[in-house]
Design a binder for this molecule. Structure first.
Ligand SMILES: Nc1nc2c(c(=O)[nH]1)N[C@H]1C(S)=C(S)[C@@H](COP(=O)(O)OP(=O)(O)OC[C@H]3O[C@@H](n4cnc5c(=O)[nH]c(N)nc54)[C@H](O)[C@@H]3O)O[C@H]1N2
Ligand SMILES: Nc1nc2c(c(=O)[nH]1)N[C@H]1C(S)=C(S)[C@@H](COP(=O)(O)OP(=O)(O)OC[C@H]3O[C@@H](n4cnc5c(=O)[nH]c(N)nc54)[C@H](O)[C@@H]3O)O[C@H]1N2
Ligand code: SF4
Ligand SMILES: [Mo]
Length: 773
């Protein structure tokens, strides 16, 4: 192999996962460019991707397993010792408290879901299905609504932004956060085309709102009032799509009645939006031929989030903006990223399980309660809950209370610092990876990435970690026992399929560990070292069975590929391509086959939602007295990317993660722009540098997501950089159904600092940034 060349992969910084080419020189990534051959992103790239070398190579990567001492420090241990000891301690917890006392937290971040398949397999083999992850601190309210409307929580709406003539953005900032492919290109195209429009609902004049034809600067947390008022006006003006409603939905009469009860004027006032703007919004909806609605955390982590998700779906359905070119759709899956768990509850924290997931906001309760089903051990992979789950103090208390905490990560996170064992993973550019963020319709894509640089010495890819652990636990047979399967895989796929059926029939106890069996057998035969993609083999077969026409179209497969070989062809296409491949290509009409209700209709009336709507009280829309400001705790900015980067030098601006504040609020505080300010909530206090920002509404503040990481300064001392925003969030400030946090609505008060404290913050900031420069 030449010592320098461009290698194909994908970006791991957000869930769009754009295709990339990385220049690798002497096993280091030195340059990043968009991959024009990637069929989804076609060369697109945003500002963050150029900084990927700061993720891949930095001086705080983990290179050895660590075991915590009683004094809180860590000893380096070898892999065999780590695996043996962890297996013994896991076995002990399961023997004493049962498999259900164990939970998985994480299982994949923005770029890595391969490991999650294996972690889940091990969890199930040990007798638990408890999984906490980031999806259940943002999307489970949406999943719950989808479950009722479409018949399964895995039915998930996609957006045809490319073809819409009205993009309706609610609580999302795609210019900065992306969230759909090639976001900035699409926003620019809409702006330039006089026939295409955009409406944005956001309290802030965000970078996206600036480009909108209509910006509704809603009062923070008042989206349900605003959406309710818009829906009521659509019905009053008889601007709904009666033909669509009659043909494709049930329950219209009931929701019509509920929406007509809304006192529009009062709700508009609660939302702080003039009635004329609501009329203008309805006019634009009526004029549109194809509207696509795009939502994100502004409502999903806003007050009344599940209700707002419901109202958003009603907006789509009542206007018939579904199942046509340029509207919202459902999409197919190669493997669903979450499950369907209607009416299941998790007793230890008394909460509904949605999409098979438990909400991080309830994680401390699940550990600290005295319920007999409480958790005793947690396995954390690709997640940093000590920074990203609500209420840092309670999360840390829960982590300290557990009998066993194991963290698998690439770096020494704030969570890892509280673990009993820390296991160093190879980075996402050192191993095979894929994500299950495949949300496109009518063409949907899948991308298996091979490693582009060698694994850092001392690290292991996750499938290897889970293989070793499963063997140490006596759950997975050794290599010799699997050899006949591997031999069959080298002979032919049909031979492998037959051998596997016989093997699994004879070893029913291995049912949960199918992913590991495939990795250790079929995996050896896959191109470019992509063994970790082996579990997709079964997924490809299932997908080909579910949607044979769509798979045929995506693969361009003619009659020479018989139905029974279509799954193999799909699997080969996916593992064989280094720049991603389409796996389904639907007709727009196929969307109805993706609805799970047996009548293939959208069920509009959801009783708990209509009750909630009836309970909304406009008197509660304004903030509380003790805490007069509303903080959006966790804004996406040009230079943040969850907890993925740790070296502060990656950021080209906003080094301290500033508190954004309007000029009026800054003046009433008597503070200077750039001053260090104390932000106090009911849960805790952080100090941040303030920044005057004229896009903010008065009374609303914003702190960024993705700060608060420790990193060694030049002298080796670990220093924390930027606000640990979840110090301020309360786990109880959450959605009553989904348990998702109301992060966009944290009541806080501000205080100026005494000179000495301000000087200490200033000095620490200088030290961190000069050290990492
Ligand atoms: N740069 C960057 N991009 C990212 C990420 C990142 O860390 N950095 N993370 C990725 C991830 S994991 C996610 S989930 C997405 C999230 O992506 P987004 O949800 O688009 O990003 P946010 O900035 O969290 O919030 C979106 C908008 O909600 C608005 N908002 C605040 N309060 C309210 C309210 O009460 N009502 C309404 N309607 N809007 C409100 C904010 O002003 C903001 O403009 O971004 C992804 N992309
Ligand atoms: N207050 C507030 N809190 C929030 C949010 C907010 O807006 N406000 N946003 C929420 C949202 S939307 C999200 S998605 C979550 C994200 O929060 P988390 O679920 O904690 O996920 P990440 O921040 O992406 O952290 C990824 C972790 O994976 C590690 N990692 C990177 N590569 C690998 C790898 O290859 N293998 C392994 N094993 N580990 C790896 C990184 O070092 C990092 O520790 O945060 C949530 N928390
Ligand atoms: S949009 Fe997301 S995936 Fe694409 S380059 Fe930017 S951060 Fe990476
Ligand atoms: Mo997220």
């Amino acid at each position: 192999m030449p010592s320098s060349d461009w290698r194909k992969t994908a970006c791991n910084l957000c869930y769009v996962n754009c295709g990339l080419e990385l220049l690798v020189e002497s096993e280091r990534i030195t340059k990043v460019r968009g991959d024009r051959d990637n069929p989804k992103s076609k060369g697109y790239l945003c500002n963050k991707a150029a900084r990927i070398p700061f993720y891949a190579h930095h001086r705080d990567r983990l290179t050895t397993p660590l075991r915590r001492r009683t004094d809180g420090g860590f000893d380096a241990i070898d892999w065999d010792t780590a695996i043996t000891e962890i297996a013994a301690r896991l076995r002990d917890v399961v023997d004493r408290h049962g498999g259900k006392s164990l939970a998985l937290y994480g299982g994949g971040g923005q770029g890595n879901h391969a490991g999650g398949a294996y972690a889940t397999a091990l969890l199930r083999a040990l007798g638990s299905r408890h999984v906490f992850n980031a999806l259940s601190q943002e999307k489970t309210g949406d999943f719950w609504v989808n479950g009722h409307m479409f018949g399964s929580q895995t039915c998930h709406t996609a957006e045809d932004v490319h073809h819409c003539d009205l993009l309706f953005v609610i609580g999302a900032n795609p210019w900065i956060a992306h969230g759909f492919p090639n976001a900035r290109d699409h926003l620019n195209d809409i702006r330039k085309d006089p026939h295409r429009k955009m409406i944005v609902i956001d309290p802030r004049r965000s970078e996206t709102a600036e480009r909108a034809d209509l910006h509704l600067a809603v009062r923070p947390g008042a989206d349900a009032f605003l959406l309710g008022a818009i829906l009521a006006r659509l019905i009053q003006r008889d601007a709904v799509d009666h033909a669509f409603i009659a043909q494709h939905t049930t329950g219209y009469a009931e929701i019509r009645e509920a929406l007509l009860r809304i006192p529009v004027e009062q709700w508009a006032e609660a939302a702080d939006i003039p009635l004329e703007q609501i009329e203008q919004c309805v006019d634009m909806i009526v004029a549109a031929k194809a509207m696509t609605v795009r939502v994100e955390l502004g409502i999903q982590q806003g007050v009344n989030s599940t209700l707002s998700s419901y109202l958003e779906k009603l907006l789509i359905m009542l206007t018939g903006s579904f199942g046509r070119k340029g509207t919202n759709q459902l999409h197919s899956w190669l493997v669903p990223l979450w499950g369907n768990s209607p009416n299941q509850r998790f007793a230890a924290a008394d909460i509904e399980v949605i999409g098979g997931l438990l909400p991080p906001n309830l994680f401390p309760d699940a550990v600290l309660s005295d319920h007999p089903d409480r958790l005793h051990a947690v396995w954390i992979d690709s997640s940093n809950p000590a920074n990203t789950a609500s209420n840092t103090a309670r999360v840390e208390k829960a982590l300290r209370a557990l009998d066993l905490v194991v963290v698998v990560d690439v770096a020494m996170t704030e969570t890892a610092q509280l673990a009993h064992y820390v296991l160093p993973a190879s980075s996402q550019y050192e191993k095979t990876e894929f994500t299950l963020f495949n949300f496109e319709f009518p063409r949907n894509y899948f991308h298996v990435r091979a490693g582009v640089v060698a694994p850092l010495a001392g690290t292991l890819p996750e499938p290897e970690i889970y293989t070793r652990l499963s063997r140490a636990l006596g759950l997975l047979p050794g290599d010799n026992a699997l050899a006949p399967l591997r031999d069959a895989a080298f002979r032919s796929r049909p031979a492998f399929a037959a051998e596997l059926r016989a093997f699994m029939g004879a070893n029913p106890q291995l049912a949960a560990l199918g992913a590991l069996v495939l990795y250790n057998t079929l995996g050896a035969t896959l191109p470019d070292g992509t063994a970790a993609a082996a579990p997709l083999w079964q997924a490809a077969h299932l997908c080909a069975k579910r949607s044979p026409q769509a798979v045929r179209r995506a693969l361009n497969a003619g009659s020479d590929v018989p139905d029974e070989m279509l799954g193999e062809a799909l699997f080969d296409a996916i593992v064989g391509s280094r720049n991603g491949a389409a796996f389904t290509e639907h007709d727009y009409d196929d969307v109805w086959s993706l609805v799970s209700h047996p009548d293939r209709k959208v069920h509009l009336a959801i009783a708990p939602m209509l009750e909630w709507l009836g309970r909304l009280d406009p008197a509660n829309a304004a903030p509380r007295g003790d805490y007069p400001f509303v903080l959006a705790a966790g804004q996406r900015r040009m230079f943040n990317a969850n907890q993925i980067f740790r070296d502060p030098a990656w950021r080209r601006d906003d080094p301290d993660g500033a508190l954004l504040i309007s000029a009026a609020d800054l003046a009433s505080l008597g503070a200077e722009d750039g001053e260090w300010i104390s932000v106090q909530s009911a849960a805790g206090r952080v100090v941040a540098r303030c920044k005057r920002d004229d896009s903010m509404r008065s009374g609303q503040l914003a702190l960024p997501h993705g700060y608060g990481q420790d990193y060694p300064a030049a002298d080796g001392e670990r220093m924390n950089n930027g606000p640990r925003v979840n110090v301020l969030t309360e786990s109880g400030n959450r959605d009553p159904i989904a348990g998702t946090p109301y992060h966009k609505h944290v009541p806080v008060r501000l205080e100026r600092l005494a000179a000495a404290e301000a000087a200490a913050y200033e000095a620490a900031s200088r030290r961190i940034h000069s050290a990492s420069a």
